[in-house]
Design a protein around this ligand. Sequence first.
Ligand SMILES: [Mg+2]
Length: 198
Amino acid sequence: MSTESPGPPPPRPAVFLDRDDTLVADVPYLTDPAGLRVLPGAARALVDLRRAGFALVLTTNQSAVGRGLLTEDGLRAIHDEFERLLAAEGASLDAIYYCTHAPRADDRTVVEHPDRKPAPGMLLRAAADLGLDLPRSWMVGDRISDVLAGLGAGCRSILVGSNATLDELPKPAEGGRAFAVADLAAAAALILADSETP
Ligand SMILES: [Mg+2]
C-alpha cells in the first residue's frame, strides 16, 4: 500500500461558455428570469462535454448591472433559474463568473476591464479557483470578444452562430487556434472529436 499522500488532483480541462446566444436565446439586457430560453441542443451538449471530463464554466459579460438596469441580486436570480432549467435537462455548470463592467466603447476587440471579455480575466480566475488546464481548455461563444478571451487565456476558441466568421480576428495568425461552427452542439462535437484524438 502506498503511503504517499494523494496531493492535489491534476488540473482538468474546461469548456468556458458564453451565455447569451450561446446557451440561451439573447434577450438584450435580460432582467426577468421568466425570459430565459435555453437554446435547443445546448443542455445535451453540456451533458456530453461533462461526461468526457470537461469542467463547465459560464463566463458572461453582464453590463446590464454596470448600466444600472439590473442588480447583482437580480442577476443571481436569473442564474438560479438558468441552473434550474439546465438541471431539468440533466445538465449543470461547475461555476458561473460574470463581469458587470459597462463598456464605454462599442469595439468588442478592445479591453476595457481585466474581467470583461475580450480580456481573459474570468477564465484565468476560474482556472486558479478550480484547478483547470488552460492549454487543454476551450472557450465557446457567439462574439469575437469570446474568441479573444479564450485565446488570451491560452485556450482554443470556437465562435458559434449561423453566420459565424473569424474575419474580425485582429491577428489572423491566431486563427489556427480558433474555429467557427453553427452552434454549441457543433462546438461540442468538435471538442469531443479533438479530445478523442491521441
Ligand atoms: Mg453572447
